[in-house]
Design a protein around this ligand. Structure first.
Ligand code: BGC
Length: 726
């Protein structure tokens, strides 16, 4: 449809029809809609006339059902404006990839892009038009359950992966029927709730927001994400859904976002609980003025906008603006030409869970799994080894993780089954996630006693990760630790495999285990991927996208911190000097730092050299990194380049990631990498909230994790920042 036709359609619409477009309903409002409920429900009654004026629905999928609902809808909608079908397609639709935090551990944007592309093709075939993904919220607090949906603690990694995910979901412009529209969420800073408690207040300065949190949303929008979702939280003192500064000044003006802004589930209604709206009428006014186009499940727009529009020309204008954006989205998706986007049961069957998709999901899992410890090179397992498996995850297929509503884990997606294809496996779970039965524990320990090496498959269930699963204790449950301690007391060599959707305090697990493998929730082919890592068929190459604390008391802990006025000096004086920024009962460092992960091969970073010690806007700095693999196994490494600015107008992080690359280094070989550092990498947020680079002294650091680094100094000669006192 031409743009002028979209405009003409708008002009034909009654005020009721316009307001209908702005409301989003859950599946259960539609005849035969099978609901997937992702938020609180209130009993609602809706007459059919109102229903058939709706703009969009969430949580319905399946070619047959979508076709039937769309056909019925079009038959009843006066102007035949198709319904938009939205859903949370987060890390796969039927074929489930690792959770986003796991995919971030791959340090490979192509993996993320491809996972989103596969999810798009399967869900598009299943009738979905828009996914509520990617979530690009920066997270530094593992107590928050939704950390599993994020790509971790680092701004740069977040921006790269945010863009990759949008490109994967949407494909090339124009959007074709194999792709779906991406909705970047949750705008903004939802990942920084106080004390890690779900939906809690976020209170960070605008400077910090812009420096660390905003860039990932900006990257997704730059990658053309067609929608944005508001967040539940408060920011700068005002709930995001009513925050005009955030939505109008920053999102619409600065980031130049012209797509559809949708509220999160009932977030407009919740403005009442936040205490900024007296009632739903007031809430709808605040949200509309902030620029929220679609009201997801609060019914504020559908109940109150009509009256407001009759009273106020500005409200009418804002409604028109929002409706136009929604019609344009429908047009971009091609719904006016084909409201079904060519879906059929045949297409759906051919696409879903195709062998190629499963291969991709397995590959993503293999690239995501992180080897955290490997004392005495206990791993990889030798072919034909007899192994004893225990722990709640040894025979469990709970490997998909939260937000995999359409995914079904197959019965053989268990570590015992996958390892059983390769080794002689005896498996006795012994304990449940949170359950300990003395008799079963005894059987497991009795069995383990006959083996030198035991694989403990431990973790947190998927039901305890994702939305509304904040926790204060991020250690493995006591029941599982009882098993682990008993195995250690029996002198077993222990390989611990941990499945969880968040960084955990693994201090004790690390202390009693010879090897620790972190699997995240690895997805549909996760068990196979774990087995291949354990046996060395695949070289471990996942690296942590978040620091793992030594104890929950260190949270939030992240590598790119600012120096304090009293930093540690890393000399013996630190112990004697009381007045330093430290704990009296714990170290400052994490147990495992950001960027960390081991391989089986011995790959080291040999050298970092730069071609020019001076760089400018016109002349990038060229850096060379050499890796060496001194072992007789082919290796993998993630080379990480960090920057430190010696003197800034504001405080600067001790280091921050500016580039990374995953590389293969053949047995006994070296590999050379070249990086070009431009002025863009030097920019940061100044006190006047401009993002510019300063002339001055810098340090470039390279390493295979955020703490093992080599450094060289260089100068940037012509920063753009004009100091007011110059
Ligand atoms: C979540 C969103 C999600 C929405 C729809 C909300 O509870 O916060 O991330 O997209 O539900 O399912």
């Amino acid at each position: 449809m031409e743009n002028t036709q979209v405009q003409a359609l708008l002009e034909e619409m009654t005020i009721e029809e316009k307001i209908g477009q702005l409301g989003q309903l859950s599946a259960d409002f539609f005849p035969n809609g099978q609901a997937t409920i992702t938020g609180p429900m209130q009993a609602q009654h809706m007459d059919l006339d109102t229903l058939y004026r709706s703009g969009s629905v969430l949580g319905i999928s399946g070619a047959k059902q979508v076709r039937a609902i769309q056909a019925d809808f079009l038959a009843h909608n006066r102007l035949h404006i198709p319904l938009l079908f939205m859903a949370d397609v987060v890390h796969g639709y039927k074929t489930i990839f690792p959770i986003p935090l796991g995919m971030a551990a791959s340090f490979d944007p192509e993996i993320v892009k491809n996972a989103s592309a596969v999810a798009a093709s399967e869900s598009a075939a299943g009738g979905i038009h828009v996914t509520f993904a990617p979530m690009v919220d920066l997270v530094r607090d593992p107590r928050w359950g939704r950390v599993m949906e994020s790509t971790g603690e680092d701004t740069y990694l977040n921006t790269v992966l945010a863009a990759a995910s949008v490109q994967g979901f949407q494909g090339e412009d124009p959007l074709d029927e194999e792709h779906i529209a991406a909705c970047v969420k949750h705008f903004a800073a939802y990942g920084a709730p106080e004390a890690g408690r779900e939906y809690n207040t976020v209170d960070i300065s605008e400077w910090r927001f812009r420096e660390q949190y905003l860039p990932s949303y900006a990257a997704a929008i730059k990658a053309q994400a067609l929608l944005v979702m508001t967040s539940f939280n408060t920011l700068f003192g005002v709930p995001a859904t009513a925050n005009q500064h955030l939505m109008r000044d920053i999102l619409r003006e600065e980031l130049d976002f012209s797509g559809v802004l949708i509220s999160d589930w009932d977030a407009i209604g919740e403005l009442i609980n936040h205490g900024v709206a007296g009632d739903l009428d007031h809430a709808s006014d605040l949200a509309l003025k902030a620029g929220v186009d679609i009201d997801m499940m609060s019914f504020a727009y559908s109940r109150y906008l009509k009256r407001a529009a009759t009273l106020d020309a500005e409200t009418k204008r804002l409604i028109d603006e929002s409706v136009l954006r929604i019609l344009e989205l429908k047009n971009t998706l091609g719904l006016f030409e084909d409201p079904y986007r060519n879906i059929s049961i045949e297409r759906e069957t051919a696409t879903e869970l195709s062998p190629a998709h499963l291969v991709d999901a397995q590959h993503a899992a293999e690239e995501s799994i992180v080897l955290l410890k490997n004392a005495g090179q206990i791993l990889p397992l030798q072919p034909g080894t007899s192994v004893f498996l225990t722990g709640p995850l040894s025979e469990s297929n709970d490997l998909l993780g939260s937000w995999s509503w359409q995914g079904k884990s197959t019965p053989d997606n268990t570590i015992a089954a996958a390892l059983g294809q390769r080794c002689e496996v005896k498996s006795v779970p012994g304990v449940g996630y949170h359950a300990l039965n003395e008799k079963q524990l005894k059987v497991a320990l009795g069995g383990a006693h006959h083996y030198d090496t035991v694989i403990a498959c431990l973790g947190i269930p998927s039901s305890e990760s994702g939305e509304a699963t904040s926790m204060t204790d991020i250690r493995l449950p006591e029941e599982q630790m009882t098993l682990l301690r008993a195995l250690a007391a029996d002198g077993k060599r222990i390989i611990s495999i941990v499945i969880a959707g968040r960084p955990l305090d693994l201090s004790e697990v690390d202390a009693v285990s010879d090897a620790v493998v972190f699997g995240w929730f690895p997805g549909s082919r996760g068990a196979e991927a774990i087995a291949r890592i354990l046996t060395g068929e695949v070289e471990p190459s996942g690296r942590l996208p978040m620091s793992f604390p030594r104890s929950v008391g260190q949270v939030p802990i992240y590598y790119n911190q600012y120096n304090t006025g009293r930093p540690l000096t890393h000399t013996p004086n630190d112990a004697e000097n009381k007045y330093l920024s430290k704990y009296i009962d714990e170290e400052n460092t994490p147990l495992y730092p950001f960027g960390y992960g081991l391989g089986y091969a011995q790959v080291t970073l040999q050298s970092l050299t730069i071609e020019n010690t001076e760089m400018s806007s016109q002349k990038p700095m060229v850096a060379h990194v050499r890796l060496e693999n001194s072992s007789n196994r082919d290796g993998r490494a993630v080379v990480q380049l960090y920057l430190h600015q010696k003197i800034g107008e504001t405080v600067r992080p001790v280091k921050r990631l500016i580039a990374f690359e995953k590389v293969a280094v053949g047995a006994g070989e070296t590999a050379d990498l070249l990086f070009s550092v431009t002025e863009d990498s030097l920019r940061y947020m100044h006190t006047d909230l401009t993002n510019t680079a300063d002339a001055g002294e810098y340090e470039l650091l390279a390493g295979l994790s955020s703490d093992a680094t080599q450094a060289v100094g260089f100068t940037f000669t012509n920063g753009l920042k004009e100091k007011s006192d110059d």
